[in-house]
Design a protein around this ligand. Structure first.
Ligand code: DX5
Ligand code: ZN
Length: 216
Protein backbone atom coordinates (compact mmCIF):
# COMPACT_ATOMS: atom_id res chain seq x y z
CA UNK A 1 0.00 0.00 0.00
CA UNK A 2 1.07 3.58 -0.65
CA UNK A 3 2.38 5.73 2.21
CA UNK A 4 1.68 9.45 2.29
CA UNK A 5 2.39 12.08 4.95
CA UNK A 6 0.16 15.16 5.10
CA UNK A 7 1.68 17.85 7.36
CA UNK A 8 -1.06 19.86 9.06
CA UNK A 9 -0.71 23.61 8.50
CA UNK A 10 -2.54 24.21 11.79
CA UNK A 11 0.86 23.82 13.48
CA UNK A 12 2.72 26.07 11.01
CA UNK A 13 3.97 29.56 11.92
CA UNK A 14 1.27 31.88 10.51
CA UNK A 15 3.73 34.75 10.56
CA UNK A 16 5.70 32.75 8.00
CA UNK A 17 2.99 30.86 6.15
CA UNK A 18 4.67 31.22 2.78
CA UNK A 19 8.02 29.95 4.12
CA UNK A 20 6.43 26.99 5.91
CA UNK A 21 4.31 26.03 2.90
CA UNK A 22 7.36 26.16 0.60
CA UNK A 23 9.24 23.95 3.06
CA UNK A 24 6.48 21.32 2.74
CA UNK A 25 6.52 21.83 -1.03
CA UNK A 26 10.22 20.80 -1.11
CA UNK A 27 9.76 17.91 1.31
CA UNK A 28 8.84 14.25 0.83
CA UNK A 29 5.26 14.99 1.92
CA UNK A 30 2.89 14.55 -1.05
CA UNK A 31 -0.13 16.18 0.59
CA UNK A 32 -0.74 19.32 2.64
CA UNK A 33 -3.46 19.03 5.31
CA UNK A 34 -5.60 22.09 5.99
CA UNK A 35 -7.87 22.25 9.05
CA UNK A 36 -10.90 24.52 8.83
CA UNK A 37 -12.75 25.04 12.14
CA UNK A 38 -15.86 27.12 12.74
CA UNK A 39 -16.06 27.35 16.54
CA UNK A 40 -19.38 25.47 16.45
CA UNK A 41 -18.65 21.91 15.33
CA UNK A 42 -15.43 22.12 17.36
CA UNK A 43 -14.50 24.48 20.23
CA UNK A 44 -11.86 26.30 18.19
CA UNK A 45 -11.61 28.62 15.15
CA UNK A 46 -8.77 28.28 12.66
CA UNK A 47 -8.91 29.91 9.21
CA UNK A 48 -10.82 29.92 5.95
CA UNK A 49 -10.70 30.83 2.25
CA UNK A 50 -8.01 33.57 2.16
CA UNK A 51 -5.50 31.39 4.01
CA UNK A 52 -6.29 28.40 1.81
CA UNK A 53 -5.73 30.58 -1.28
CA UNK A 54 -2.37 31.77 0.09
CA UNK A 55 -1.28 28.16 0.68
CA UNK A 56 -2.44 27.22 -2.84
CA UNK A 57 -0.17 29.91 -4.30
CA UNK A 58 2.87 28.59 -2.43
CA UNK A 59 2.63 24.90 -3.37
CA UNK A 60 1.60 22.60 -6.18
CA UNK A 61 1.11 19.69 -3.75
CA UNK A 62 -2.23 17.97 -3.20
CA UNK A 63 -4.37 20.12 -0.89
CA UNK A 64 -6.28 17.99 1.60
CA UNK A 65 -8.93 20.17 3.23
CA UNK A 66 -10.47 18.91 6.49
CA UNK A 67 -13.70 20.74 7.27
CA UNK A 68 -14.66 20.80 10.94
CA UNK A 69 -17.72 22.94 10.34
CA UNK A 70 -21.48 22.52 10.67
CA UNK A 71 -23.55 22.36 7.46
CA UNK A 72 -20.50 21.79 5.22
CA UNK A 73 -22.82 21.58 2.21
CA UNK A 74 -23.13 25.39 2.35
CA UNK A 75 -19.46 26.00 1.59
CA UNK A 76 -17.90 23.08 -0.28
CA UNK A 77 -17.85 24.78 -3.72
CA UNK A 78 -15.96 27.76 -2.29
CA UNK A 79 -13.29 25.49 -0.82
CA UNK A 80 -12.81 23.85 -4.21
CA UNK A 81 -12.59 27.30 -5.88
CA UNK A 82 -10.01 28.33 -3.26
CA UNK A 83 -7.78 25.41 -4.25
CA UNK A 84 -8.83 22.21 -2.46
CA UNK A 85 -8.01 18.97 -4.29
CA UNK A 86 -9.88 16.91 -1.70
CA UNK A 87 -12.67 18.14 0.57
CA UNK A 88 -13.38 16.06 3.67
CA UNK A 89 -16.43 16.79 5.79
CA UNK A 90 -17.56 15.25 9.07
CA UNK A 91 -20.31 12.66 8.89
CA UNK A 92 -21.59 14.02 12.23
CA UNK A 93 -21.85 17.56 10.82
CA UNK A 94 -23.65 16.98 7.53
CA UNK A 95 -27.43 17.22 7.33
CA UNK A 96 -27.38 15.49 3.94
CA UNK A 97 -24.15 13.48 3.44
CA UNK A 98 -25.17 12.20 -0.02
CA UNK A 99 -25.94 15.74 -1.18
CA UNK A 100 -22.67 17.02 0.22
CA UNK A 101 -20.72 14.29 -1.59
CA UNK A 102 -22.50 15.13 -4.86
CA UNK A 103 -21.72 18.86 -4.52
CA UNK A 104 -18.00 18.27 -3.88
CA UNK A 105 -17.79 15.98 -6.90
CA UNK A 106 -19.68 18.38 -9.12
CA UNK A 107 -17.25 21.11 -8.07
CA UNK A 108 -14.40 18.91 -9.32
CA UNK A 109 -12.64 17.71 -6.15
CA UNK A 110 -12.12 14.33 -4.51
CA UNK A 111 -14.44 13.52 -1.62
CA UNK A 112 -13.60 12.49 1.93
CA UNK A 113 -15.73 11.79 4.96
CA UNK A 114 -14.42 11.92 8.52
CA UNK A 115 -15.53 10.35 11.80
CA UNK A 116 -14.80 11.48 15.34
CA UNK A 117 -13.38 9.02 17.91
CA UNK A 118 -16.85 8.15 19.28
CA UNK A 119 -18.44 7.43 15.89
CA UNK A 120 -18.30 3.75 14.94
CA UNK A 121 -16.91 2.56 11.60
CA UNK A 122 -20.29 0.89 10.86
CA UNK A 123 -21.86 4.35 10.54
CA UNK A 124 -19.87 4.73 7.29
CA UNK A 125 -21.33 1.70 5.52
CA UNK A 126 -23.94 3.69 3.57
CA UNK A 127 -21.61 6.42 2.29
CA UNK A 128 -18.47 4.35 1.75
CA UNK A 129 -19.10 3.42 -1.92
CA UNK A 130 -19.57 7.13 -2.77
CA UNK A 131 -16.38 8.58 -1.26
CA UNK A 132 -12.69 8.44 -2.20
CA UNK A 133 -11.33 8.64 1.34
CA UNK A 134 -12.21 8.16 5.00
CA UNK A 135 -10.45 10.29 7.62
CA UNK A 136 -10.36 8.57 11.00
CA UNK A 137 -9.85 11.06 13.83
CA UNK A 138 -7.46 9.65 16.41
CA UNK A 139 -7.97 12.64 18.76
CA UNK A 140 -11.04 14.78 19.46
CA UNK A 141 -11.05 17.30 16.60
CA UNK A 142 -10.30 20.92 17.47
CA UNK A 143 -6.66 21.16 18.52
CA UNK A 144 -3.21 20.02 17.52
CA UNK A 145 -0.76 18.51 19.97
CA UNK A 146 -3.05 15.94 21.63
CA UNK A 147 -2.14 12.30 22.36
CA UNK A 148 -3.12 9.53 19.94
CA UNK A 149 -6.14 7.55 21.21
CA UNK A 150 -4.94 3.93 21.21
CA UNK A 151 -8.41 2.52 20.42
CA UNK A 152 -8.08 4.13 16.99
CA UNK A 153 -5.86 1.25 15.82
CA UNK A 154 -8.71 -1.25 16.18
CA UNK A 155 -11.01 1.18 14.35
CA UNK A 156 -8.58 1.48 11.45
CA UNK A 157 -8.35 -2.32 11.22
CA UNK A 158 -12.16 -2.62 11.21
CA UNK A 159 -12.44 0.04 8.54
CA UNK A 160 -9.78 -1.66 6.39
CA UNK A 161 -11.79 -4.92 6.72
CA UNK A 162 -15.06 -3.17 5.79
CA UNK A 163 -13.46 -1.53 2.73
CA UNK A 164 -12.19 -4.95 1.66
CA UNK A 165 -15.57 -6.61 2.35
CA UNK A 166 -17.30 -4.06 0.11
CA UNK A 167 -14.66 -4.51 -2.60
CA UNK A 168 -13.70 -0.81 -2.56
CA UNK A 169 -10.36 1.00 -2.86
CA UNK A 170 -11.17 3.76 -0.35
CA UNK A 171 -8.10 5.57 0.96
CA UNK A 172 -7.80 5.56 4.77
CA UNK A 173 -6.29 8.66 6.38
CA UNK A 174 -5.62 9.09 10.11
CA UNK A 175 -5.38 12.43 11.93
CA UNK A 176 -4.25 13.29 15.46
CA UNK A 177 -1.27 12.49 17.65
CA UNK A 178 0.84 10.93 14.87
CA UNK A 179 4.64 10.96 15.09
CA UNK A 180 7.55 8.79 13.96
CA UNK A 181 7.06 6.87 17.22
CA UNK A 182 3.62 5.46 16.28
CA UNK A 183 3.48 5.87 12.48
CA UNK A 184 4.48 2.28 11.81
CA UNK A 185 1.60 0.72 13.76
CA UNK A 186 -0.88 3.14 12.19
CA UNK A 187 0.32 2.27 8.67
CA UNK A 188 0.27 -1.42 9.56
CA UNK A 189 -3.31 -1.16 10.86
CA UNK A 190 -4.33 -0.18 7.32
CA UNK A 191 -3.85 3.58 6.95
CA UNK A 192 -2.23 5.02 3.83
CA UNK A 193 -2.20 8.73 4.67
CA UNK A 194 -0.99 10.07 8.02
CA UNK A 195 -1.59 13.66 9.09
CA UNK A 196 1.10 15.12 11.34
CA UNK A 197 0.98 18.64 12.74
CA UNK A 198 3.04 19.21 15.85
CA UNK A 199 5.40 16.29 15.14
CA UNK A 200 6.48 17.97 11.89
CA UNK A 201 6.41 21.68 12.76
CA UNK A 202 7.87 21.37 16.27
CA UNK A 203 10.74 19.20 15.01
CA UNK A 204 14.21 20.71 14.74
CA UNK A 205 14.36 19.45 11.16
CA UNK A 206 10.77 19.15 9.80
CA UNK A 207 11.85 17.64 6.47
CA UNK A 208 13.79 14.89 8.25
CA UNK A 209 10.80 14.27 10.52
CA UNK A 210 8.56 13.76 7.45
CA UNK A 211 11.04 11.20 6.11
CA UNK A 212 11.12 9.46 9.51
CA UNK A 213 7.31 9.15 9.55
CA UNK A 214 7.29 7.81 5.97
CA UNK A 215 10.00 5.28 6.74
CA UNK A 216 8.68 4.21 10.15
C1 DX5 B 1 -7.18 18.45 14.88
C2 DX5 B 1 -6.79 18.53 13.44
C3 DX5 B 1 -5.47 17.94 13.15
C4 DX5 B 1 -4.30 18.55 13.89
C5 DX5 B 1 -3.34 17.42 14.15
O1 DX5 B 1 -8.54 18.69 14.99
O2 DX5 B 1 -7.73 17.86 12.63
O3 DX5 B 1 -5.20 17.90 11.75
O4 DX5 B 1 -3.63 19.57 13.20
O5 DX5 B 1 -2.33 17.87 14.97
P1 DX5 B 1 -1.30 16.86 15.67
O6 DX5 B 1 -0.60 16.10 14.59
O7 DX5 B 1 -0.43 17.78 16.45
O8 DX5 B 1 -2.13 15.95 16.56
ZN1 ZN C 1 -7.18 17.60 10.48
Amino acid sequence: MQRIVAPSMLSADFGHLDRDTRMIDRSAAEWVHIDVMDGVFVPNISFGFPVLKAIRKATSKFLDVHLMIVSPERYVERFVEAGADLVTFHLEAAEDPAGCIARIRRAGAKVGVSIKPATPVEALRGVLPAVDLVLVMSVEPGFGGQSFIEGSLEKIRRLRALVRELGLDTVIEVDGGISAANAREVFEAGAEVLVAGSAVFKAGDPEAEIRRILGA
